[in-house]
Write a protein that binds this ligand. Structure first.
Ligand code: OGA
Ligand code: MN
Length: 294
């Protein structure tokens, strides 16, 4: 059976059938998935129970992976999963939900802000693949917004204002928005801002997208309040309901998204209920903007 993809919404999302992720991926199926990502930006694979090793093998069949170390407030000895995975669960190393006031949890709930994975790294992520292992009784949908639809629907004046702009991204900027300020000196060093182009072009399709994330805290050369208002307005435009696909999770789902052409966020869910989600990530192909010399 070969891969087929059913469109989920007019602008974003496709549901894939005809592939078993636990089996080695043929070159033909890998190419169909990459083409599907270019077209739909988010692909949903339902009913795919798999081990971590199988998720990793599937991810590596699509390209080189990005490692997850150093991107949250956990110390290396507190990691529940190897750094080949981003642990986006609410669990500690003993598989228990973190306390409501645990600063590692308060940092992690920043994922409820619209973002693009690793936009705070010099080379940001290409695709993310998220697998649902256990789910809360309610809430916890993940929403995805098309940054291609957002770009296409901007007027020409706004497009030309955005072209050539460079933003500074840091996880400190996104967390400051939710009132989280207590970073240690070590964390401030680790979360130093990086630069990203505000407009990106998909090298395969030539389509443009606006590259936004709550991690963006300023525009190079602009006053900070003006940058923040401008970015906030762009995010508001880019996340209008018509451009969004909301995924209602079932255990065993795998959802893959293209961070270059989407933003995503998780919705709230009860803090004391386990939500075990494991992410593998494909590395991006390079920086999107020149960095300032260290
Ligand atoms: C992520 C993320 C959202 C979720 O994996 O990068 O933001 O639904 N996850 O857990
Ligand atoms: Mn994310």
């Amino acid at each position: 059976m070969s891969i087929s993809i059913r469109r989920l919404t007019p602008h974003i999302g496709g549901e894939v059938t005809g592939v078993d992720i636990r089996k080695p991926l043929s070159a033909e199926d890998a190419a169909a998935i990459h083409d599907g990502m270019d077209e739909y930006a988010v692909l949903v694979f339902r009913e795919q129970p798999m081990t971590g090793d199988q998720q990793l093998a599937f991810t590596e069949a699509l390209g080189p992976i990005e490692l997850s170390g150093g991107t949250n407030l956990k110390k290396p000895e507190e990691y529940r999963l190897p750094t080949t995975f981003a642990d986006v669960s609410n669990l500690d190393i003993n598989e228990k939900p973190m306390a409501r006031d645990d600063r590692r949890r308060l940092f992690a709930i920043g994922n409820q802000l619209w973002h693009s994975d690793s936009s705070f790294k010099v080379t940001p992520a290409k695709y993310s693949l998220l697998h649902a292992i256990s789910l809360p009784s309610k809430g916890g949908n993940t929403e995805f917004a098309s940054m291609v639809a957002a770009w296409d629907s901007m007027d020409d004046d706004l497009k030309s204002e955005c072209e050539g702009l460079v933003c500074e991204h840091s996880q400190m900027f996104s967390r400051q928005q939710i009132g989280f300020f207590d970073f240690t000196e070590e964390e401030k060093q680790r979360f130093k801002p990086v630069r990203q182009s505000l407009v990106r072009t998909n090298p395969k399709t030539g389509r443009k997208s606006i590259y936004l994330a709550s991690h963006a805290g300023g525009i190079v050369g602009w006053p900070v309040p003006e940058s923040r208002i401008f970015l906030r307005n762009l995010i508001e435009h880019a996340t209008q309901r018509d451009f969004v696909y909301a995924h209602e999770w079932k255990i065993g789902d795998l959802v893959m998204w293209d961070n270059r052409q989407t933003m995503h966020r998780v919705r709230a869910f009860p803090a004391h209920e386990p939500r075990d989600m494991r992410r593998t990530t494909l590395a991006g192909e390079g920086p999107t903007a020149e960095q300032i010399a260290a």
